[in-house]
Design a protein around this ligand. Structure first.
Ligand code: FMN
Length: 375
């Protein structure tokens, strides 16, 4: 039986559930219908160059892209990044994404699950993923802002149980909270909260950004509190400042709209974030933020990532059809294997060890970073 707010004061009223549905629907519709990718800023993957290997000594069919991450075998180093839940559209999208994760042996993150805690009606839009993907590595999701606000350990356990999750991702999204008209830009005490969750929860905790990147200093702090993996989700891909700016325009919120425009490209470009973070931590890094093809997956691995994740490209394909999603997944894996063939890498260890050249812009940014640390 579905409980309502009359049975339990922790649950949303009908009106609140409707508002959440509307917000979640906008969170899918805006990236699909409007241009909300990075504008001036890029991921900087274009700054990485491989030397072509004309003598690869590899047969394409022998190339092995399997890997192990957090003690689970994956058929490819790829995760469908955390996106959605909480609406009827999300139910269909999560069903399709779950099916593809299961079929191709990928990981999959769910969108922020707070809505599922407060309204039983919305649970199915998340739990559908586990129903269609009994064996896939599924990642539960909750916001750092909600943790800082005091989300209980029991609630976190319910979120995990909702999808029988293999790991829990805590997303850090200060930029989004700043621009969002109904945002909660309050993160005081967040490190201690993450530390508590790491101690209290018995599945691995991943901390992720949502498109502004992770700095080396933050990565060190996260490793220190016992986080098992970091998803850098850098800038150059989906811009949450951009999405929230459009939502702010829709409610005539001049200040938020202006902030959204100003900070549209704010963040650490993904390639830079991977390089800097991988220098300072030992825990595995997930590369995400503007990764759009298998060549960029290969580059992420060479830069120091263990896994890669993509959000927007999977959303676009999933919103189209089951077959568009399967075609896209197959294409990305072929692009990764194609890159490995052309550099002569037989497996992902060899791909990670493949030498690359940094072009001017990224080399000079890294140089500038070193100089500023010494001064
Ligand atoms: C429609 C959409 C919804 C998202 N919702 C969430 C979310 O609920 N929780 C989260 O951790 N990240 C969320 N993200 C962020 C992604 O997981 C990812 O970090 C970010 O979009 C960068 O990847 P991309 O450039 O490939 O889209 C969302 C992204 C998109 C496109």
């Amino acid at each position: 039986m579905i409980k309502t707010s009359r049975d339990d004061p922790n649950l949303y009223s009908e009106d609140q559930t409707e508002q959440i549905r509307k917000r979640k629907k906008e969170g899918i519709d805006i990236p699909l219908k409007e241009q909300v990718q990075g504008k001036e800023n890029s991921t900087l993957f274009e700054e990485i160059l491989y030397l072509h290997n004309a003598l690869p000594e590899v047969d394409y069919d022998q190339i092995d892209i399997t890997t192990t991450f957090l003690n689970k075998k994956f058929s490819a180093p790829l995760i469908i990044d955390s996106m959605t839940g909480g609406t009827d559209e999300a139910l269909l999208i999560n069903k399709r994404l779950g099916q593809v994760a299961e079929k191709f042996g990928l990981g999959m993150g769910l969108g922020s699950q707070r809505a599922g805690l407060r309204s039983d009606k919305l649970v199915e839009s998340y739990s559908v993923a586990r129903r269609v993907a009994p064996n896939a590595f599924l990642i539960a999701n909750i916001g750092g802002a909600q943790l800082a606000e005091g989300l209980s350990k029991e609630d976190v356990k319910r979120i995990i149980k909702m999808i029988d999750a293999n790991a829990l991702a805590i997303h850090l999204n200060p930029l989004q909270e700043l621009i969002q008209p109904e945002g909660e830009p309050r993160f005081s005490g967040i490190s201690n909260k993450i530390s508590d969750i790491v101690k209290e929860i018995d599945i691995p905790i991943i901390v992720k950004e949502v498109g502004s990147g992770i700095s080396p200093q933050v990565a060190i702090q996260l490793q220190q509190v016992g986080v098992k993996s970091i998803n850098v989700a850098g800038s150059g891909g989906t811009s949450w400042a951009g999405i929230e700016k459009i939502r702010a325009d829709n409610v005539n919120n001049y200040i938020k709209s202006n902030l959204g425009e100003l900070f549209w490209d704010w963040g650490i470009p993904t390639a830079l974030s991977i390089i800097l973070v991988s220098r300072v931590v030992k825990i595995p890094i997930i590369a995400s933020g503007g990764i759009r093809n298998g060549l960029e997956i290969a580059k992420s691995l060479s830069l120091g990532a263990h896994m890669c994740a993509m959000a927007y490209p999977f959303l676009r394909a999933a919103a189209e059809s089951d077959s568009a999603l399967e075609d896209f997944t197959q294409l990305v894996l072929a692009q990764l294997k194609g890159t490995m063939f052309l550099v002569g890498a037989l497996n992902l260890v060899e791909m990670r060890n493949t030498r690359y050249i940094l072009k001017d812009k990224l080399a000079s940014i890294l140089n500038g970073y070193e100089l500023s640390r010494r001064s």
